[in-house]
Design a protein around this ligand. Sequence first.
Ligand SMILES: Cc1cc2nc3c(=O)[nH]c(=O)nc-3n(C[C@H](O)[C@H](O)[C@H](O)COP(=O)(O)OP(=O)(O)OC[C@H]3O[C@@H](n4cnc5c(N)ncnc54)[C@H](O)[C@@H]3O)c2cc1C
Length: 640
Amino acid sequence: MPSDLPLYTEGDPISDQRVPVGPIESRWDRRRFSARLVNPANRRNRSVIVVGTGLAGGAAAATLGELGYRVTSFCYQDSPRRAHSIAAQGGINAAKNYRNDGDSVHRLFYDTVKGGDFRARESNVHRLAQVSVEIIDQCVAQGVPFAREYGGLLDTRSFGGAQVSRTFYARGQTGQQLLLGAYQALERQIGAGRVEMHPRTEMLDLLVVDGRARGVVVRDLVTGEVSTHFADAVVLATGGYGNVFHLSTNAKGCNTTAIWRAHRRGALFANPCFTQIHPTCIPISGDHQSKLTLMSESLRNDGRVWVPKNAQDTRTPNDIPEGERDYFLERMYPAFGNLVPRDIASRAAKNISDEKRGVYLDFADAIARLGAHAVQERYGNLFEMYERITGDDPYRVPMRIYPAVHYTMGGLWVDYDLRSNIPGLYVIGEANFSDHGANRLGASALMQGLADGYFVLPGVIGDYLADAPFEPLTQDHPAVADTVSEVRGRVKTLLAVDGDRTVESFHRELGRLMWDECGMERDEAGLRKALDRIPELREEFWQRVKVPGTGARLNQELEKAGRVADFFELSELMCVDALHREESCGGHFRTESQTPDGEARRDDARFSYVAAWQWTGAEPVLHKEDLVFEHVQPSTRSYA
Ligand SMILES: Cc1cc2nc3c(=O)[nH]c(=O)nc-3n(C[C@H](O)[C@H](O)[C@H](O)COP(=O)(O)OP(=O)(O)OC[C@H]3O[C@@H](n4cnc5c(N)ncnc54)[C@H](O)[C@@H]3O)c2cc1C
């Protein structure tokens, strides 16, 4: 696309029609009360498809099954409990205030709105803070082995962007333990016959019939068979799209296909350019690396981040004396120190070092203060993982870390009920855009996924299902037949190209371009360059991609090819979104919009809105949802 052509057009503004007005503290109660219910006896006649079995989807499918709905669940892994949520390390936030350190629902709400740089909805975030308390009770009841203090209370630690200690954890395996809790609840429902589980099955399209989401088209990844599944409502819990950057901390399989296909069927895509770059990952080690490894943010509780004062210093870290070290986060942000939010820590690290050398995360002080045993109790598995990958022992040598793509705040647009603009299509967890604004605080994704899955969705979906069951569908309905034939056609085309370039090489090139031009810092020239290059690369992909094998059996190259094809389209929208937002906010730093001392400069007068994009096949249409702040007044974020 030559850069002087219009990149988008502007459509009508939109608003969230479902959020109740009145005191923010009682909005969630009032919405639950006003939402219609489905009588328990009728629930078995209402069907729901849940795509995704991570914390959001697993929790939702288990809860809807428990409520008595007929649930069909899909994931592309061989087991629901291998969803990417299992990788989450550090913890989950909740406003329990067990530490008596001044935490409250209001403080968690305040920290999250501020942490998100005032680009999230107040009502959603307040509900999230309220529900956080219930999540911990639910998980404890399931037997999730949260860390405990000597006295028996659940232990907490601190995460970035907060001055209280509200992060509950299970060593460095919090996601795994939470997912096992959700998984056993899901398995119970599978055993009871209320959830039908389809592992190794990938959703390749959404069925929209008469304006409603009515099902999905899926491909069995083992046999290659394409089939349809119908339901009264569809829930997408398909995770984030950070892998558009090729290198990220996400599992290799994470992708955008489910939400991108829904977007192409009419679902609005909100804030696609809001990407979180995590400050503490193991630096890149070579050109052919396939993924990056996160070192949990929890390490910043006790680890101190520094670089040599002399950038050319070639000594090993232990040989650099204290006076020649720059603890730059403590120097620049004394109030929050090493626990500033991720966007701020990442940018500071990038400005001070490069991606091969990284910066040091040093535990010497913590080991001297607490003893190696206490440090091992808190972070043992993370230290072990680091040593296995790098060969260095972090008990003796500071870790080397560098920022990497980690989380996507953007996703499908949803209202207060987590419903997209397509009736019957709900989107939960990382797949939606909802609660984190322009920057997610650490330990808030698990909170949001479980809030959505265990409490919010089950609390309101009845309002929609009260009108069901809808018209029975058959394969020969034109909308169904057309969608299936498009899916089959696409698979066939990918196989037919039979070119000379691997899917991986296209993905790597796209990812590098996105990292360079739409990564931690963006500017107009770079974004326009990316917008010129992406369509060329996409065109080349469809001419030259080589997908070996057939579509009639397990073919991971074919799976990857479909996902990368969708990344091409998404990346273009991300760049358009980043280009149109001429302000810096959270994870979106426009170099043209900064203060003289290099901090992000937000522009509330022009950009205090959610950017919700509509697919047209040509230039996307931008719909703005204005953000209203009544309880937390937008201010310049200060962590100094
Ligand atoms: C290394 C790492 C550590 C993290 N640590 C923390 C932490 O400590 N605290 C915190 O709050 N957050 C953390 N996060 C973020 C958090 O883990 C994720 O945001 C969260 O787990 C996402 O959950 P989800 O249920 O939305 O999606 P996922 O867990 O990604 O699950 C997606 C599901 O959708 C399925 N799926 C996707 N596409 C399709 C398709 N087309 N067809 C069929 N199925 C599909 C997958 O099979 C999977 O079951 C971490 C993230 C990473 C990468």
